[in-house]
Design a protein around this ligand. Structure first.
Ligand code: ATP
Ligand code: LTN
Length: 335
């Protein structure tokens, strides 16, 4: 992170450790992060407090948190430059979230589609955290005077409410927060489910619907063998009418770097077997270095813990500046 005189724009991103990281997370956002690290001061957060809004097995949550942190680093991000850390290690997130709750209206939170969606899918556990999820996300972003947040379509509304809260607080107390902008990546590789290609690949779906980046080669082979195609028997890129085949082409293109049009020409007149085989092998090849680096890191937990501790301290120092400024402005008594 640079100092104030050479301030580069700040970019913030968070991923929930709510499952296993899959090709969609990797080929889309995580690959982009590598490019963004060159131009922005970045914070990459494992948002473990957000993951509590859905019931987890404690051991799974712990493992997935470590897995995600290690994957950020294994993907090539530099933890000396960017701040790679766990949300729960920086208490300022929960502190700011409380204050922001007092500047956020029930009506606003009730309109969030993620809340409506998740509360209808988890009827037995519609907890208050699920409802106030956006204020914690706003806290994540606003603590670091963030300029840009890369967001997929599903998180746009949460960024909007973050901006509204920031503007509301600024209007009441003068400039406290920088108002963040969405960052829409130039290339968005949206990867669909292997079993239901009309839906996006998602880590909370059933196992065969996604390829986890840490899946072993034989598991990847099995999953692509079972991937849904169609009966048209023609390799064409037509997401509307041939979603399964188009998804395989998108995955092959994202992992091999070859354009979709070229791939379609190369496989013209051939069956789906060749498409599946090429996609499988391209994915295995592409994931090999990531998996090797991940395995190396996981053997060195001392190093990983040191990185997380050091980065949490760096994050906390920045977060405290914003929090102190806010506490003072809103009238909390200072010692
Ligand atoms: P969940 O099932 O828990 O909602 P998810 O797999 O949808 O998880 P998120 O944690 O919501 O993943 O998202 C992490 C990042 O990955 C976000 O930036 C999101 O836009 C991106 N992402 C998620 N799924 C895909 C996908 N299928 N294709 C491309 N990007 C994706
Ligand atoms: N809600 C996001 C995860 C998230 C996030 C953030 C993303 C939590 N805090 C701050 C960007 C910035 C999700 O579910 N993808």
């Amino acid at each position: 992170m640079s100092d104030n005189n050479t301030r580069r724009p700040v970019l913030y991103s968070g991923i929930q450790p709510s499952g296993r990281i899959h090709l969609g997370n990797y080929a889309g956002p995580m690959q982009n992060f590598l490019l963004l690290e060159k131009d922005y001061d970045c914070l990459f957060c494992v948002v473990d407090l957000h993951a509590l809004t859905i019931r987890n097995t404690p051991a799974d949550l712990r493992r997935q948190t470590m897995e995600l942190a290690a994957l950020y680093i294994a993907s090539g991000l530099d933890p000396k430059q960017s701040i790679i850390y766990c949300q729960s290690h920086v208490p300022e997130h929960a502190e700011l979230a409380w204050v922001l709750n007092c500047y956020t209206y029930m009506g606003e939170l009730s309109r969030m589609t993620q809340f409506k969606d998740k509360s209808s899918r988890h009827k037995d556990n519609i907890n208050a955290g699920l409802f106030t999820y956006p204020t914690l996300m706003a806290a994540d972003i606003l603590l670091y005077q963030t300029d840009v947040v890369p967001v997929g379509a599903d998180q746009k509304q949460h960024l909007e409410i973050t901006r509204d809260i920031a503007e509301r607080v600024n209007a009441l107390y003068g400039d406290v927060f920088r108002v963040p902008e969405p960052y829409i990546p130039k290339t968005t590789a949206k990867i669909m489910s292997l079993t239901e290609p009309e839906r996006k690949m998602s880590k909370s779906d059933e196992e065969d619907s996604f390829v986890a980046v840490l899946d072993a080669p034989d598991v990847i082979r099995r999953k692509f063998k079972r991937a849904v195609t169609d009966s048209l028997a023609e390799v064409r890129y037509d997401p509307e009418n041939q979603p399964g085949v188009s998804n395989l082409l998108a995955i092959l293109s994202a992992t091999s770097g070859t354009g979709i049009e070229t791939l379609v020409n190369e496989m013209a007149g051939q069956g789906y077997g060749i498409l599946k085989e090429r996609t499988t092998e391209a994915v295995i090849e592409r994931l090999k270095p990531l998996q090797a680096e991940y395995a190396r890191l996981m053997k060195d937990k001392v190093y990983l813990n040191e990185v997380l501790k050091d980065n949490a301290q760096r994050a906390s120092a920045l977060a405290q500046r914003t929090l102190r400024k806010l506490y003072k402005k809103i009238g909390l008594y200072q010692l």
